[in-house]
Design a protein around this ligand. Structure first.
Ligand code: PEP
Length: 249
């Protein structure tokens, strides 16, 4: 079954709006010929400028976060409706940096996943183990738990809209890429987990990305693996040349 192949860039807390305009202009030009879907997720304040420049091109735009309540007294937060109104299509949910620095739990992530789906945003749902968990041999159990809680109450139909990103924490921003085999076996297990929750067809239709120090030299090998359908890229997505090579991999 053909799955959507996606190269997604997570700019994290980098790029002022002025810098963002330059980066997205270069990216749009360099990714013109990409056969796969291309997504950039800039900081919130960059979204209007990035959306304007990416409009009508093959580069899609996502946010890195939102709050799961519809509106009200939640100082500093933005809602799904606000993102939709801007023209945002995707939103990253459950990134390990949000889990670690902003205390996001699996339950909060589940609320964000269901709210994003309700409002028509495509969740890029992140999961991944720490080095300690890998060494303790609990990687598969840990990730299955993250996935099961994040997807509580999500229908089979809605599941087909979700993108999952497997991002081992020990590989994020460390320059230490998982081997293709390590990454693929976890992505395959996530797919088996989806088959157990839903069914094989739903699992086979789900786009599962690998993230963790993906760079222009390792992307093609990772993306050629049977259960890896593209990448979620941090550092290398800030360089238009590198990201366009990844997007074309
Ligand atoms: C990320 O932010 O999701 C990520 C994988 O970062 P990096 O590519 O820099 O490791």
């Amino acid at each position: 079954m053909a799955r959507k192949i996606l190269a997604a860039g997570n700019w994290k807390m980098n790029m002022t709006p002025t810098e963002a305009k330059t980066l997205i202009t270069e990216l749009v030009e360099k990714c013109k010929g990409a056969k796969n879907d291309v997504l950039v997720c800039p900081p919130l304040v960059d979204l209007p400028a990035v959306l304007e420049i990416a409009k009508g091109t093959n580069v899609k735009v996502g946010a890195q976060n939102f709050y799961y309540m519809d509106k009200g007294a939640y100082t500093g937060e933005v809602s799904a409706d606000m993102l939709k109104d801007l023209g945002v299509e995707y939103v990253i949910i459950g990134h390990s940096e949000r889990r670690e620095y902003f205390s996001e739990t699996d339950e909060i992530i589940n609320k964000k996943v269901t709210k994003a789906l309700e409002k028509g945003l495509i969740p890029v749902l992140c999961c991944g183990e720490s080095l300690q968990q890998r060494e303790d041999n609990v990687t598969f159990d840990f990730i299955r738990t993250q996935i099961k809680i994040a997807l509580r109450g999500v229908s089979k139909e809605d599941m087909t809209k979700i993108v999952i990103a497997y991002e081992p924490i020990w590989a994020i921003g460390t320059g230490k890429v998982a081997t293709s085999e390590q990454a693929n076996e976890v992505c395959a297990d996530i797919r088996n987990c989806l088959a157990a929750i839903y069914d094989q067809e739903t699992a086979d239709r789900t786009t599962i990305l690998y993230g963790g120090s993906v760079n222009k030299d390792c992307a093609a090998e990772l993306f050629a693996m049977s259960d890896i359908d593209g990448g979620l890229v941090g550092g290398a997505s800030l360089k238009s040349e590198d990201f366009s090579i990844i997007a074309n991999a």
